[in-house]
Design a protein around this ligand. Sequence first.
Ligand code: GUN
Length: 302
Amino acid sequence: MSYMIVMTAQKLDGKSVSAEMRAEIKQQTEALIARGMRPGLGVILVGEDPASRSYVSAKEKACAEAGILSREVLLPADATKAQILAEVQNMNQADDIHGILVQLPLPDSSIEEEVLNNILPEKDVDGFHPVNVGRMMLGLPTFLPCTPHGILHLLKRSGFSTAGTHVVVVGRSNIVGRPLANLLSQKHELGNATVTVCHTGTPDIGSFTRQADIVIAAVGRPNVITADMVREGAVVVDVGVNRVEDDTRPRGYRLVGDCEYGAMLDKVAAITPVPGGVGPMTITMLLFNTLESARRHLSAGV
Ligand code: GUN
C-alpha cells in the first residue's frame, strides 16, 4: 500500500504572535509609566492616501491598546517641505514624544530623504535615518526597521530558526529587502543565514527561489511568486499588501500578497497569510521601538 502525503502548510500567524508580544510590551509600558515615563509616538501623515490612512489608524489603535501615547499631525497633500520639516522639528523637541514616524510614501517622494534625515536619530523608531541604518549594518545597538525586525521575530516565535538556512529575499527596497538581507546575514540569534537577494535585474528569479529554505517576498505586486517557484517544504514569508479589485467585497477590493497563497498551501511547510501575517508584526515592532526609546530617555535622564 502506498500513501500520498499531502502537506498542509502551517500558518505563520502574525496576528497571534503580535498579540503575545503586545501583551509583553503593554506590561513593560505599564511598568515604565509607574516610574513616571509614558512612551509617546508622534505620527506625521501627509495627504489622503487611503492605504497610508489605514496604516496610521492601525498604529494609533495599537499604541492606545499598549498604553503608549500617540499624537498625529495630518498635513494636506500639497504641504510644503518647510511645513513638514517644521512638524518634524516640533516633535524632535517635544519632551513627551520618544518616537517619530513620518508615514511613507510622501506625496512628493523627492523630499523623503531630507525629511527622514531631519528626524533625531534617537527618536527614529522606524530605523530609517542614515545613522541608524549604518549602526544596523555594523551590528551596533539601534532601532531596527520594523518590518524586517518583525519578520525575524515571527519566524523565531513560530519555531523556525534562520541559522544555517538559505534565505532568498525578493526585493531590495530600503524599507524591507535590503535591511532584511543584512540582518539575516549577521551573526546573531535571529540571523546567521546564507542570503541571496533577487530584484528586478535578476533573470529567472525562480531558479534562485527554488533553492531557498525560506523565501521572503517583498515585491509589491500580486501573485508574482508562483507555487512552482518554491520547493516543497519551504517556508514562505509574504510581505506584499496589494489591493485588487473585488466587487464581492463591500469596499470593492481585497488584500492579497506577492505570493500565490492558495496554490502554495499544499506544497510549503509554512506561509504567512495576507492580511494577518507580516502586517501586525510591523506595528508590534513600532511599539517595541517606541517603548525602548522611552526607556533610553529615562535612563539618560533626558
Ligand atoms: N510605509 C510602508 N511601510 C512603512 C514603515 O514601516 N514606516 C513608515 N514610516 N512608512 C511606511
